[in-house]
Design a protein around this ligand. Structure first.
Ligand code: GDG
Length: 900
C-alpha cells in the first residue's frame, strides 16, 4: 500500500519521561502541527519523520530503543541529532543563515562554512533514515527550509518517488538569495522534488527568478521546470498554496469558559467592564489639577508645562466614557521578523497624537519567548522590554497601564481569550510567510466585530484584503491605521470581517494539505500534468465569479462529480455531494445545470429534489425547477421543486433504429462477459467497465466499425466514452444542448466541467461562444432564433400542462456572450478545455471555493479591497501633520541595511 511520509525538522509530538519510567506524549502547537496533524492522525498509512528533540549522546542506548518504539506506536519515525548537529544544522545554518536571509534580514545572517557542512550531513541523515523504509510508490512531503537538500538526495535513490516540498517562510528576491554562498546547491537540492509549494505567488516568482539566474532553467506555461531531456526528462512544478487554519478549532475555543474568563479579565483591567477606571481617572485628574493650583506642595514647584500628568489625567477623564474603552491585542513569537519594536513605536505615537485614547485603550501584548540563548534574540527582548517600560512610564495613570506585557507561552484557550478581548488586533510583522495569528483572530471573532491592522509584508495580506493593510516599517501609517481601526463602527467592522471569515472558513489547514497532496499526485502523473489549473488561475476564476452578475455552471456527473465506478447504478450521489450541489444551486445569481448522459429517470430520481437544471441523455431532455416551487417545509428541509421534462426537437424515431442497433450490440454482449446494454429513451449504450478490459477493447473496435456503417442512415452517431460505446441521435450533444443557455445573453460568467469526450462538445460551445463575444459586441446580431431556443428551455411547462416563466430575468443584452468562460477537464486524456484538474474531489473543492466566494461577496465587501474609512480625528490630524511627506522608516531602514 502506498503511504504518505511527512518529513519536518521536528516531530508533531514530543515525549516526556514520567517518574514511573513511561512516557507522556505532548502534542506540539503551531501552524505545521495543526495543519498536517489531523491528516497524520486520521490516516493509518501516514508516517511522520522528524527530530526527536533527544540527544543520543546524553541518552542510554536502551532508552533510545524504547523511545523509538514509543514514537513508532504513534506512526512517528524519530531522528536523533547530537548537540553538535543541532548547533550546526538547526541553530546554525537553518536559523542563523537561512531564516534571516529569507526574511530580508541579510544583516542578521551569518555565513559559516562549518554550519553548511553540518546542514548537508543532517539532510543526508534524514535521507538515510527515510531510504531505509520508503517504498518506490510512496509519497514524501518535506517541510520547510531545514531540509532543502533532501529532495535530490531521495530522488537519486528513487527516480519514481513522488516528492513534494513546502516552504513556510518567504522566499527572498533573487538579489538577496544571490548573497547566499550555497544558494545554487540548495536550488539543486530542491530540483529533486516533483512539486515545490510556497505561500504566495510572489514567493513563487522570486524562486523562479533565482532558478533562472543560478541554474539557467526556465519555467513553462504550466508552471513546470523541465529537468533533463529525452526519455529521462522530468518536471518540477512550482505553485502557491496559502496555508489556512483550523477555523472551527479557534471558533470553538473562543467560546470555551477559559477563553471567556481570559476575555473578562482583560476587559476588566482595560476598564471596559467596571466603572472603577473612569471614577479613578476622574479622581486622579481632579487631584492633579487641584494639587497644581495649590502652593507649597511638590506639584506647585513645577511649571504647568512640566505637568503632563494633569493634562493626561484630565484628557483621560474628560474625553471618553468607559463604554468607549478599547483593547488592542497581539500574539507573536518574540522574533525580530515580527516587528515588535516598530509596532510599539507606532502605539506610542498614537497615544501622543491622539491623547483622547490615554486611559481608554489598553494594549495586551503576548510575546512568547523563543531562542533565548541567541544573542540577537536576547537583545531584541531587552529592546522590547525597554520600549514597553518607556511607554508605560510615559503614559500610565494610577488606574491604567497602557501595555500589559506577557512574555510567557499560554495554552491555546487563553490565547483565544486574548483574541476575543481584542477590539483591534495589531499584526505587523516586518516579513512573514503567511502569519496565522491574523487568521486565528478573525476565526475567534466569528460573526463579531473587531478590526485587524495587518502588515503588507506577510502572505496573509494577499488574502485578508479587508483588513487595515499597512507598511509595518511606517510608524506614521501604523499609528493612523491603529487609530482608524479603534474608531471603526461595529457594523462596518462586522461587514469587513464577514467577508474575510467566509473565505477563511473554507480555506482551512485541512484544505491546504489536501490540495497540496492532490496537486502532487496530479503533477507526478504525466497524463495529467499539462494544462493544470494553477492556483493563480484558480484565484482568477474565483475572482471573476465574485465580480460577475449572473453565472452559469455546466457540470457533467460521472467522472466529474463522482468517481467512475464499475456498476453505473452505484454512482449514486452522496449526501455531501447533494448538499454541495444544493448550495451552489441556491446561490441567487447562479444557474447550475447537471449535463449528463444518464437517463432522465435517473437524473430525476437522484437530483430532482435540487434547485438545479438537469440535462439528460446528452441533451435529448432538459428541465429546470419551475420558479417558486422550490420551498422549505416546517423542518427547514427543502421540498423537491416541481419540474417538467422537455424533449429536444427533431430526434430520430427510436422505433425505427433501436431494433437494428440492439441486434448489433447484442453480439458484443455475447462475446464480452459482464458487458451489458443500457436502454435510454433516445440512446443505446454498450457498457464494459466490469469486463476483461483486453477482450473488451478488441470487441469495442469491431463494434464501432459495424455501428459506424449503419448509424448515419438513421441520423445517429457513435460515441466512445469512458468504458462505454453509445449510439445517440447525431443532432444531440451536450454542446448543442447548452448552446441556448450560452447564447441567451443572460450570463457574464460560465464554467463548464467534464471528464470525457462527450463533454468536449460542451467545452467547444463554451469556447465558441466566448470567442464570438467580440463579434457579438461589435455587430448587432439578429439573435431572434437564439432567444426562441432559450425561451423553450427557460419557459417550462407545469405538470398540468400550463405554461410558466421559469426565470424572471430576461436577457440583459441579447447578443452578449459571457465575458468570463472557463472550461475544465477532470482527469487524464486529450482535451480542448482551458484547464485540467485531477479528480472529482477537486471538482468538489472548486465548487466549494465558489460557494465561499459568493458568501464573502454577499457579506458585503466583495473581492476588491475597500478604501479605509477616514476617521474624523484622522482627517483633522492629516491637515495638521506634514510628516507624511518624509521618507518612510522602511526606506530609511533599507538604507541602513544596505550600508551594513
Ligand atoms: C511559520 C512562518 C507561517 C504564539 N504564541 C503562542 C501561540 N502561538 C501560535 C500562534 C500561531 C503560531 O504560534 C505562530 O504562527 P505564525 O504564522 O504567526 O508564525 P511562525 O511561528 O513564525 O510560523 C509563518 C507559519 O509558519 C505556517 O506556515 O504562517 O509565516 O514564519 O498559531 O497562535 N500559541 C499558544 N500559546 C502561545 O503563547 N498556544
Amino acid at each position: 500500500m502506498a503511504r504518505l511520509i511527512i518529513v519536518s525538522n521536528r516531530l508533531p509530538v514530543s515525549l516526556h519521561a514520567k517518574p514511573d519510567g513511561t512516557y507522556a506524549m505532548k502534542q506540539s502547537i503551531g501552524g505545521l502541527a495543526t495543519a498536517i496533524g489531523p491528516y497524520h492522525k486520521s490516516h493509518n498509512d501516514c508516517l511522520w519523520v522528524g527530530w526527536s528533540s533527544i540527544d543520543p549522546d546524553a541518552c542510554p542506548k536502551s532508552e533510545i530503543k524504547s523511545v523509538t518504539e514509543e514514537f513508532k506506536s504513534r506512526r512517528c519515525v524519530p531522528i536523533f541529532l547530537t548537540q553538535k548537529e543541532i548547533d550546526g544544522y538547526y541553530a546554525g545554518y537553518a536559523n542563523d543563515t537561512l531564516w534571516p536571509l529569507f526574511h530580508d534580514f541579510a544583516h542578521e545572517a551569518t555565513f559559516d562554512s562549518s554550519t553548511w557542512k553540518v546542514y548537508q550531513e543532517v539532510n543526508q541523515k534524514f535521507a538515510d533514515a527515510i531510504i531505509e523504509f520508503v517504498n518506490p510508490d510512496d509519497t514524501v512531503w518535506i517541510q520547510d527550509y531545514h531540509l532543502m537538500l533532501l529532495p535530490a538526495m531521495l530522488r537519486s535513490r528513487f527516480p519514481k518517488l513522488k516528492i513534494g516540498w513546502f516552504l513556510h517562510i518567504p522566499f527572498p528576491s533573487p538579489e538577496i538569495f544571490h548573497q547566499l554562498p550555497n544558494g545554487k546547491e540548495l536550488l539543486e537540492g530542491l530540483m529533486g522534488a516533483d512539486l515545490l509549494g510556497f505561500h504566495t505567488e510572489d514567493f513563487c516568482v522570486n524562486f523562479l527568478a533565482s532558478v533562472r539566474a543560478l541554474l539557467g532553467l526556465e519555467v513553462d506555461k504550466d508552471g513546470r521546470i523541465p529537468i533533463g531531456s529525452g526519455t529521462s526528462q522530468r518536471f518540477v512544478t512550482v505553485d502557491a498554496f496559502p496555508i489556512g487554519i483550523d477555523y472551527g478549532l479557534y471558533r470553538r475555543n473562543a467560546h470555551s469558559s477559559l477563553a471567556q474568563a481570559m476575555r473578562h479579565g482583560i476587559e476588566a483591567v482595560s476598564g471596559k467592564r467596571t466603572r472603577r477606571v473612569s471614577t479613578s481617572l476622574t479622581a486622579e485628574s481632579e487631584a492633579a489639577a487641584e494639587a497644581s493650583d495649590q502652593e507649597e506642595n511638590w506639584w506647585s514647584a513645577h511649571t504647568s508645562d512640566e505637568l503632563p500628568e494633569v493634562e493626561l489625567a484630565q484628557s483621560a477623564a474628560a474625553k471618553r466614557g468607559t463604554e468607549d474603552n478599547k483593547v488592542v491585542v497581539s500574539v507573536d513569537r518574540l522574533d525580530y521578523t515580527k516587528g515588535l519594536p516598530e509596532r510599539l513605536r507606532a502605539f506610542d505615537l498614537m497615544l501622543s497624537r491622539y491623547p483622547e485614547w490615554v486611559g481608554h485603550v489598553t494594549y495586551y501584548l503576548l510575546a512568547t519567548p523563543t531562542r533565548e540563548d541567541v544573542e540577537t534574540y536576547r537583545k531584541l527582548k531587552d529592546q522590547v522590554d525597554q520600549l514597553v517600560g518607556e511607554i508605560n512610564g510615559k503614559y500610565s495613570l494610577l488606574s491604567w497601564t497602557p501595555i500589559h506585557y506577557i512574555t510567557r507561552s499560554l495554552p491555546i484557550k487563553p490565547v483565544c481569550g486574548i483574541y476575543t478581548a481584542g477590539d483591534v488586533a495589531l499584526v505587523t510583522p516586518l516579513r512573514d510567510g503567511m502569519n496565522l495569528v491574523a487568521k486565528e483572530y478573525l476565526a475567534s471573532r466569528d460573526g463579531r466585530d473587531g478590526a485587524l491592522v495587518l502588515s503588507d509584508e506577510c502572505g496573509a495580506a494577499r488574502e485578508l484584503t479587508d483588513a487595515f493593510i499597512v507598511n509595518p516599517y511606517d510608524t506614521e501609517a501604523v499609528c493612523e491605521a491603529l487609530h482608524s481601526a479603534l474608531e471603526i463602527g461595529s457594523d462596518e467592522a462586522k461587514r469587513r470581517n464577514a467577508a474575510m471569515q467566509a473565505r477563511l472558513k473554507y480555506r482551512t489547514a485541512g484544505l491546504w494539505s489536501a490540495e497540496f497532496l492532490s496537486t502532487l499526485r496530479q503533477v507526478s502523473d504525466p497524463r495529467m500534468a499539462d494544462r493544470r489549473l494553477q492556483s493563480v488561475q484558480r484565484d482568477h476564476l474565483v475572482h471573476e465569479w465574485g465580480q460577475s452578475k449572473r453565472k452559469l455552471v455546466l457540470c457533467d456527473y460521472d467522472g466529474t462529480l463522482t468517481q467512475i465506478v464499475r456498476t453505473p447504478g452505484r454512482a449514486k450521489p452522496t449526501h455531501r455531494l447533494l448538499d454541495l450541489l444544493r448550495e451552489v444551486g441556491s446561490i441567487p445569481d447562479v444557474d447550475l445545470y447537471l449535463v449528463s448522459g444518464r437517463t432522465r429517470e435517473t437524473m430525476d430520481e437522484w437530483f430532482g429534489c435540487l434547485p438545479i437544471g438537469l440535462i439528460a441523455e446528452h441533451g435529448a431532455w432538459h428541465t429546470k425547477p419551475i420558479e417558486g416551487t422550490t420551498a422549505k417545509n416546517a423542518d427547514g428541509r427543502t421540498i423537491a421543486p416541481k419540474r417538467y421534462w422537455r424533449r429536444a426537437d427533431g430526434l430520430p424515431d427510436p422505433d425505427e433504429w433501436r431494433p437494428i442497433i440492439e441486434t448489433i450490440m447484442n453480439k458484443s454482449v455475447a462475446r464480452v462477459p459482464q458487458s451489458f446494454i443500457e436502454y435510454k429513451s433516445t440512446d443505446l449504450a454498450w457498457h464494459y467497465r466490469m469486463s476483461d478490459q483486453k477482450l473488451a477493447q478488441e470487441q469495442r473496435e469491431r463494434l464501432v466499425d459495424e455501428l459506424q456503417k449503419v448509424c448515419p442512415q438513421y441520423g445517429l452517431m457513435v460515441m466512445r466514452n469512458a468504458k462505454v460505446i453509445e449510439v445517440c441521435p447525431a443532432n444531440v450533444s451536450k454542446g448543442e444542448a447548452v448552446k441556448p443557455l450560452l447564447e441567451s445573453g443572460r450570463y457574464d460568467f460560465v464554467l463548464a466541467l467534464g471528464d470525457d469526450t462527450t463533454d468536449e462538445t460542451m467545452f467547444a460551445s463554451v469556447s465558441g461562444c466566448a470567442s464570438a463575444r467580440n463579434k457579438a459586441d461589435t455587430h448587432d446580431v439578429d439573435n431572434a432564433g437564439v432567444v426562441k431556443m432559450v425561451d423553450s428551455m427557460e419557459t417550462t411547462t407545469t405538470v398540468d400542462g400550463s405554461s410558466a416563466e421559469s426565470n424572471g430575468s430576461k436577457p440583459a443584452k441579447k447578443s452578449a456572450a459571457p465575458s468570463a468562460a472557463w472550461t475544465i477537464k477532470v482527469g487524464a486524456g486529450d482535451t480542448n478545455a482551458r484547464s485540467r484538474i485531477a479528480t472529482p474531489t477537486d471538482t468538489g473543492r472548486l465548487l466549494g471555493y465558489l460557494v465561499a466566494e459568493s458568501e464573502a461577496v454577499a457579506a458585503g465587501t466583495g473581492p476588491a479591497p475597500k478604501a479605509k474609512p477616514k476617521s474624523k480625528s484622522k482627517a483633522k490630524k492629516a491637515s495638521k501633520s506634514k510628516t507624511s511627506a518624509k521618507p518612510t522608516p522602511k526606506a530609511a531602514s533599507k538604507t541602513k541595511k544596505a550600508s551594513k
